[in-house]
Ligand binder design. Structure first.
Ligand SMILES: Nc1ncnc2c1ncn2[C@@H]1O[C@H](COP(=O)(O)OP(=O)(O)O)[C@@H](O)[C@H]1O
Ligand SMILES: [Mg+2]
Length: 829
C-alpha cells in the first residue's frame, strides 16, 4: 500500500513528509498511537480523521475492530484445537435504538451508530479487550482473549464503567446511553470456528448468553455483572445487590450486581485488598496491642505507637490489619506516606494526603480543585483556606485575601491550620492517623509531627508511625508513646507463610526448609522466593541463583525478582524498569509518555506485573496509578538496569516532565533536578536544584533548602571550573549558608565550613562585591563562635584591598559589622 497516496486520499497530504522521514510504512500505520501522531505534528482533528481511517485498513491481531473472522484466522494460525477456558464476556447494547430509528433519517442514524461503534472500539482497545462481534447495535467483547489474563474480569468492569461515560459524552444531537452486561464462565473456544459453523459460534458456552441476559436486566447507563465476575473483582468496586433473579435459559436463579463505581479508596493500600494479600501469619500479640491502644485513644486519651522493623518485616501489613479490625467502628482515617524520592520535598506526605482525600485530578481546572479542597476541609477560616490552598500550589488570587507573611510566619500558620484540621476531625470522632516510612520523612513534616505528637494526648487520636530501625525517633520516653519492634517470623511461622503462598498445592519439604533458611523469616522474602519457586518450575535454579549476592538489595529478593521478571519477558521487564525509574508509585500517564510503547504492549505488560503481584494498580487507565508492592521490589527492579540505560531513562523522564508536566516541575523542581542529575545532565540539574532551594526558602523549609543547595554545589563541582564557575560556586555557597543560618543557627559547624568554602571560591573570583558578601556573611558566624578578632582581621583586609572598588552600601556593611566585633570584645575604638 502506498502510504503517501493513502494520506492524500484522506486530505492529510501535509504529513506525507513527516511520515516518510520517520519511515512509517503500511505495516506500522495501525500501530501509531495518538501520542505518536502528535509527535509527528498532527493536529487533533486530523488525528481523529487518521484513526478513523486506519480502522478500515487490513486489521492486525491487536486491532480492536477485528471481527470474528480474525478470531478464526488467529485460531487457525495458532492451530488451536477446541480449548476449554475461562473467559469474561461483555455485552453492550444501545438504549432506545428502535425509537431513534423511527425518529431519525436513516443516514443520520447510520452516522450515530458508527460513532457509537467507534467509541466502543476505542474504549475497549484502550483497556485491552477484544471486540468479537457486532449484532445490530449490540457489541460482544471478550476479555482474556486471545491471551488469558488474570485480571480480565476487572478489565471488563473498568471498560464497562468507562464506556457508559464515553458513550454519554459523544457529541450527538441526542445523548446516547448504553446497557452493559458482563459474565464470566467456562467456554470452549476454537473448535467450531474451524468447523465453519458461523462467526457467532467462535465461543461456545452459556457465558455470552449470560452476558446478554444481564445486559437486558441493566438500567440505562448501568453495568450489571454476574456472580462469578463479582467474585473475581472483589472489593475493587462498589455494587448494588440486585438479589436472585430468574433468567431465561438458566435452570437456577442467578445473582447479579450492579457496579456503582470504583471503590472509594483514598490510598494505595486498598490495592492490597484488591489483590488478596497472603492471609496474616502470627502477630497476634502485636495486633492485640494495637487494638488496646486504639481503645484507649478512642476514649480521649490519645496514643502514639512507634512501629519499627526492617524492610519487608510486615509493618505496613500490620497497619492494614489494624485498619481491617476497626473498619466497622466509626472513625476517620488519615494516611501519610513518606518516600525516598521526597525526602527533601517539604510536607510532601501532607500535600499528597490532601490531594488524595480531596480527589484532585491532574486535569481539574484550578477552580475545581479549590472547590474540592474546600469541600474536604473542616469549616476553615479564609486564612486557613488560603494557607492550605497555597500548600497545594493552587492559585488563591481572587478567592482568598492575599497572605502578607514572612516565610517563617507562613509556615507556622500553615502548621497551625493543619493542627486545627486535625482537632476539628477529632472533635467529631476518633481518628486513626497513620504515618508510614518515617525514616524517609522530610524535615518540615518532622517538625509538624513534633507538634502533632505533643497534641495527641488530649485528643481521641491513635497516631501510628512506621519506620526502619535506622531511624531514631525523638518522641520516645513520653507517657503516651509506645515503641513496638517487629521481629522476624520463627521457623514454624515461616513454613506457615510459605504454605499460604502456595495455597492448595504442595512443595517438597526440603524446598520449604530451604526457602525458610534463605529468607530467614522476613515475610517479604518468603513470599517472593516462594512465588519464584512456584512459577519457575525448576526449583534448584532459583535457589542457586538466590545464593549469589548482588547489588544492595538482599540477595534472595533480588535473585527471585530477576527470575520472575525474566520469565515475564523483556517487555514486562522493561516496563517494570521504567516504573522503577519513576519511583515506587507512578502514574499511568507518565509511564506511557516515558515508556514509548504502543498502548496494547504497555497495558499488557502492566497487567502482567499486576497479575504477578509485583505491582498494585489503583484507578482506571489512563488515570490509574501503579505502586510497587514494596520499596525493595522497586529497588530491585531499578538495580537490574545497566548504567547507560538508566541514564537514558532518567533523561527521558526529565524531558517528559519538562515538556508536559509543568505543574509538577513548578511545585517540585527537586524532582526534575533528581532525574536530570541521574541522567548525568549536571548543568540542567544544577539549575533546578537552585530553583528548588529558592522555593524551599520561600516556604521556610530551610533544611530542605540546605539539601537542595548542597546538591547544586555537587553538580557545579562536576561541571568543573568552566566559565563563571567560581562565581557560581560562591553564590551557591552563600545561598546555602543563608539557609543554614536559619536551619541550624549561627554557631553551626556546617555553616562555618560552608562559608569557608565560599571564601575559597571567591578568592578565585574577580568580583569584589561577592568577596565582600562572603565577609559580611561570615560576621555572625564569627560573633557566635567568639572569633571577633578573626572578623576584624577579615574586615580590615577587605577595606584595605578594595575600599575604592566597593559601592557605599558594602562599605557601610563592613564598618558596621566591624563595629559590632569591637563592641563584642569590649573595645571602644
Ligand atoms: N505476618 C504476615 N503474614 C502474612 N504476610 C505477611 C506478614 N507480614 C508481612 N507479610 C507480607 O510481606 C510483605 C512485606 O510486608 P510489609 O508490611 O510491606 O513490610 P514493611 O512495611 O515492614 O516493609 C507484604 O506482601 C505482606 O503482605
Ligand atoms: Mg511498609
Amino acid at each position: 500500500m502506498d502510504v503517501a497516496a493513502w494520506l492524500r486520499g484522506l486530505g492529510l497530504q501535509q504529513y506525507e513528509q513527516a511520515f516518510r522521514d520517520n519511515a512509517i510504512d503500511a505495516e506500522v500505520l495501525p500501530e501509531l498511537t495518538d501520542a505518536d501522531l502528535e509527535k509527528l505534528g498532527m493536529l487533533l482533528g486530523h488525528r481523529k480523521r487518521f484513526r478513523k481511517a486506519v480502522v478500515g485498513l487490513a486489521p492486525s491481531s491487536s486491532h480492536p475492530d477485528a471481527s470474528t473472522d480474525d478470531i478464526a484466522a488467529q485460531s487457525r494460525t495458532r492451530e488451536l484445537s477446541a480449548e476449554r477456558r475461562q473467559l469474561t464476556v461483555m455485552f453492550v447494547d444501545l438504549v432506545g435504538s428502535t425509537a431513534l430509528a423511527t425518529r431519525l433519517d436513516p443516514e443520520d442514524l447510520r452516522e450515530i451508530i458508527g460513532a457509537y461503534h467507534r467509541c466502543v472500539a476505542d474504549t475497549v482497545a484502550h483497556f485491552g479487550g477484544f471486540v468479537a462481534k457486532h449484532m445490530g447495535d449490540g457489541v460482544l467483547v471478550y476479555f482474556g482473549y486471545p491471551q488469558a489474563r488474570e485480571n480480565a474480569a476487572e478489565q471488563a468492569v473498568r471498560v464497562g464503567l468507562a464506556l457508559v461515560d464515553a458513550v454519554r459524552r459523544l457529541p450527538e444531537p441526542e445523548p446516547l446511553r448504553v446497557r452493559i452486561g458482563i459474565g464470566t464462565g467456562q467456554v470452549v473456544v476454537g473448535d467450531l470456528i474451524t468447523a465453519g459453523e458461523g462467526h457467532e459460534r467462535g465461543v461456545v458456552g452459556e457465558t455470552p448468553n449470560l452476558a446478554a441476559r444481564l445486559q437486558a436486566l441493566a438500567e440505562p447507563d448501568a453495568v450489571v455483572i454476574g456472580p462469578q465476575t463479582r467474585q473475581l473483582v472483589g472489593d475493587l468496586f462498589e455494587y448494588r445487590d440486585l438479589g436472585a433473579v430468574e433468567v431465561k435459559g438458566f435452570p437456577e436463579p442467578i445473582h447479579p450486581y450492579q457496579v456503582v463505581r470504583e471503590s472509594a479508596v483514598e490510598s494505595r493500600f486498598e490495592a492490597l485488598h484488591g489483590t488478596t494479600p497472603t492471609p496474616l501469619v502470627g502477630r497476634e500479640e502485636e495486633v492485640d496491642l494495637l487494638q488496646r491502644h486504639w481503645h484507649r485513644a478512642k476514649s480521649g486519651e490519645g496514643r502514639v505507637v512507634l512501629l519499627s522493623g526492617e524492610p519487608g518485616i510486615g509493618k505496613s501489613r500490620l497497619t492494614v490489619t489494624l485498619q481491617e479490625r476497626i473498619q466497622n467502628e466509626p472513625h476517620t482515617r488519615l494516611r501519610y506516606f513518606c518516600s525516598p524520592h521526597h525526602q527533601d520535598s517539604a510536607l510532601h506526605p501532607t500535600i499528597a494526603q490532601l490531594e488524595r482525600a480531596a480527589g484532585l485530578e491532574r486535569d481539574d481546572p484550578p477552580e475545581r480543585k479549590l472547590d474540592k479542597l474546600a469541600a474536604l476541609l473542616a469549616p476553615a477560616s479564609p486564612e486557613d483556606g488560603a494557607l492550605l490552598a497555597e500548600l497545594l500550589s493552587l492559585p488563591t488570587e481572587g478567592h482568598f485575601p492575599p497572605l502578607q507573611l514572612t516565610p517563617q510566619r507562613k509556615k507556622e500558620k500553615t502548621f497551625d491550620a493543619l493542627l486545627r484540621q486535625l482537632e476539628d476531625l477529632a472533635r467529631q470522632g476518633p481518628v486513626l492517623m497513620l504515618f508510614e516510612d518515617v525514616h524517609w520523612i522530610d524535615p518540615s513534616s518532622r517538625e509538624l509531627l513534633d507538634l502533632v505528637v505533643e497534641r495527641v494526648p488530649l485528643l481521641p487520636v491513635l497516631l501510628l508511625l512506621t519506620f526502619r530501625p535506622e531511624f531514631q525517633p525523638p518522641w520516645t520516653g513520653q507517657a503516651h508513646v509506645t515503641v513496638l519492634v517487629l521481629n522476624r517470623l520463627d521457623r514454624r511461622e515461616g513454613a506457615a507463610l510459605v504454605q499460604r503462598v502456595v495455597g492448595t498445592g504442595e512443595l517438597p519439604s526440603d524446598v520449604v526448609a530451604e526457602i525458610i533458611e534463605r529468607t530467614d523469616g522476613v515475610p517479604l522474602f518468603v513470599e517472593e522466593l516462594t512465588k519464584a519457586v512456584l512459577e519457575g518450575g525448576n526449583t534448584r535454579t532459583v535457589l542457586s541463583r538466590a545464593a549469589a549476592t548482588a547489588l544492595n538489595v538482599p540477595a534472595t529478593l533480588h535473585a527471585s525478582l530477576m527470575a520472575r521478571l525474566d520469565r515475564l519477558g523483556s517487555t514486562v521487564k522493561e516496563v517494570a524498569q521504567v516504573g522503577a525509574v519513576l519511583g515506587r508509585e507512578f502514574s499511568y500517564e507518565l509511564l506511557a509518555a516515558v515508556a514509548q510503547r504502543n498502548a496494547a504492549d504497555l497495558n499488557g505488560a502492566l497487567d502482567q506485573l499486576v497479575g504477578a503481584g509485583l505491582v498494585f494498580c489503583r484507578g482506571t487507565r489512563p488515570l490509574a496509578t501503579y505502586l510497587f508492592k514494596h520499596a525493595l521490589v522497586q529497588d530491585a527492579a531499578y538495580g537490574t538496569l545497566l548504567r547507560a540505560k538508566r541514564q537514558e531513562l532518567h533523561k527521558r523522564v526529565a524531558d517528559v516532565l519538562e515538556e508536559k508536566w509543568t505543574e509538577i516541575t513548578e511545585a517540585q523542581p527537586e524532582l526534575l533536578a533528581h532525574h536530570l542529575q541521574e541522567a548525568g545532565d549536571w548543568a540542567g540539574a544544577l539549575d533546578h536544584w537552585q530553583k528548588a532551594g529558592r522555593a524551599a526558602v520561600a516556604r521556610a523549609a530551610t533544611r530542605e533548602a540546605v539539601s537542595h543547595f548542597a546538591s547544586a554545589i555537587d553538580c557545579s563541582r562536576r561541571l568543573g571550573d568552566v566559565s563563571g564557575g567560581a562565581e557560581r560556586m560562591t553564590r551557591l555557597h552563600l545561598a546555602m549558608a543563608n539557609a543554614l543560618m536559619q536551619a541550624e543557627g549561627y554557631r553551626s559547624e556546617r555553616l562555618g565550613k560552608t562559608l569557608e568554602d565560599a571564601r575559597l571560591a571567591a578568592a578565585n573570583n574577580a568580583l569584589v562585591e561577592l568577596q565582600c558578601d562572603v565577609a559580611l556573611s561570615l560576621a555572625p558566624f564569627f560573633y557566635a563562635t567568639g572569633r571577633n578578632h578573626d572578623y576584624l582581621t577579615l574586615a580590615e583586609e577587605q577595606l584595605a584591598n578594595c575600599a575604592d572598588l566597593l559601592p557605599t552600601a558594602y562599605l557601610s556593611g563592613l564598618w558596621a559589622t566591624k563595629g559590632i566585633a569591637h563592641f563584642n570584645r569590649g573595645e571602644q575604638p
